[in-house]
Write a protein that binds this ligand. Structure first.
Ligand code: DAK
Length: 255
C-alpha cells in the first residue's frame, strides 16, 4: 500500500508514500485514499492532514505511465473514480488540511484543492500541466480551481500549464499560508485554531460557505438561515453562549 493513515492526538494524518514516483497517483492508490477517508470519517479525529512522503513532492499527479494505453471506457471510469474520491474528501465531516511539501501537479494539485485548507512549504510548486500532455484535468481541477482563485487565473493556469510558486499561490488565494519546516507541527498548530470548536458548528459553517459558490445569493442566504438555526439548536451553542456570560472557556461536546 502506498499510503499511510495514522491517528496522532486529535488528528488523522494521511501520507502518500510513493517517493520513487514523486507520490504519483495510481488507480490503486486513489482507491486506498477512498478507503482511508471512510476510516477517517468513522473516527473521532477532529481534522485530517494530507501530505506526501519526502521533501520533494506532495504529489506529482496521476500516474502518467498508467494513463497510457487505456480504453476510453477505462479513462472515463478512472476520471469518475478520482472525482468521487476527491468529492468524498471535500465532503468529509471534519475539515482537512493539505500540507504541500513540494510538487503539487495535476491530480496532486487537485487533491490539495479538494481539501478545506492548503498550507505550502516555501519550496512548494503548484500546477495543472495536463495541457502539456495533450490532456485536461480530470479530477476536479477545472471546477475547484476557478471557485478558489477566480476564472481568469484558473484559465491561465490550466491553458498554459505553468508552475505557480508558493509566494504567488499565497497571493492569489490558492493556499492559506506558507509554513516553514518542520511542516507537521506548523500544520497541527494551524488546525488547532479550529479543532477546539464544536464539531457540528464547524460542519454547518463549512457547508454554508461551500454553498456560496454553488448557488444564487438568495438560495445561499436561505441555506445560511437554515444551518445557523440548526447550529442554534445544538447543546454546544447553549454551552458556548452560557460560557460567554459566565466568563469561562466553553467545553464543547460535539452535539
Ligand atoms: N506519473 C508517473 N511517474 C512520475 C510522475 C507522474 N505524474 N511524475 C514523476 N514521475 C516519476 C518519473 O517518471 C521518475 O521515475 P523514473 O524514471 O526514475 O522511474 C521519478 O518519478 C522522478 O521524476 P523525475 O526524474 O522527472 O524528477 P524531476 O525532479 O527531474 O522532475 C517533475 C520532477 C515533477 C517536474 C517531473 O517528474 C514531472 O514533470 N512530472 C510529471 C508532472 C505532471 O505532468 N503531472 C500531471 C500528470 S497528469 C484523466 C484525465 C486526466 C488526468 C487524469 C485522469 N482521466 C480521463 C481518467 C490527468 C491527471 C494528471 O495528473
Amino acid at each position: 500500500m502506498s499510503i499511510r493513515l495514522s491517528f496522532e492526538e486529535e488528528f488523522a494524518v494521511l501520507r502518500i508514500e510513493r517517493p520513487e514516483a514523486l507520490n504519483a497517483l495510481s488507480s490503486a492508490l486513489i482507491r486506498d485514499i477512498g478507503k482511508a477517508l471512510e476510516e477517517v470519517d468513522a473516527s473521532a479525529a477532529r481534522a485530517l492532514l494530507v501530505t506526501g512522503a519526502g521533501e520533494k513532492s506532495f504529489c506529482a499527479g496521476a500516474d502518467i505511465k498508467e494513463l497510457m494505453n487505456r480504453s476510453l471506457d477505462q479513462q472515463k471510469r478512472g476520471a469518475e473514480l478520482g472525482q468521487s474520491v476527491f468529492a468524498a474528501l471535500d465532503r468529509l465531516r471534519i475539515p482537512s488540511v493539505a500540507v504541500v511539501n513540494g510538487y503539487a501537479f495535476g491530480g496532486g494539485c487537485e487533491l490539495a484543492l479538494a481539501c478545506t485548507f492548503r498550507l505550502a512549504a516555501p519550496q512548494a510548486r503548484f500546477g495543472l500541466p495536463e495541457i502539456k500532455l495533450g490532456l485536461i484535468p480530470g479530477y476536479g481541477g477545472t471546477q475547484r480551481l476557478p471557485r478558489l482563485v477566480g476564472e481568469a487565473r484558473a484559465m491561465e493556469m490550466i491553458l498554459t500549464g505553468r508552475t505557480v510558486l508558493a509566494d504567488e499561490a499565497l497571493r492569489i488565494g490558492l493556499v492559506n499560508r506558507i509554513v516553514e519546516a518542520p511542516l507537521m507541527p506548523a500544520a497541527t498548530a494551524f488546525a488547532r485554531e479550529f479543532t477546539g470548536f464544536g464539531r457540528l458548528a464547524l460542519q454547518f459553517a463549512r457547508e454554508a460557505v461551500q454553498r456560496a459558490s454553488q448557488t444564487t445569493l438568495n438560495e445561499g442566504l436561505r441555506t445560511e438561515a437554515d444551518l445557523s438555526t440548526l447550529a442554534y439548536s445544538t447543546a454546544d451553542a447553549d454551552e458556548g453562549m452560557k460560557a460567554f456570560v459566565e466568563r469561562r472557556p466553553p467545553v464543547f461536546k460535539g452535539c
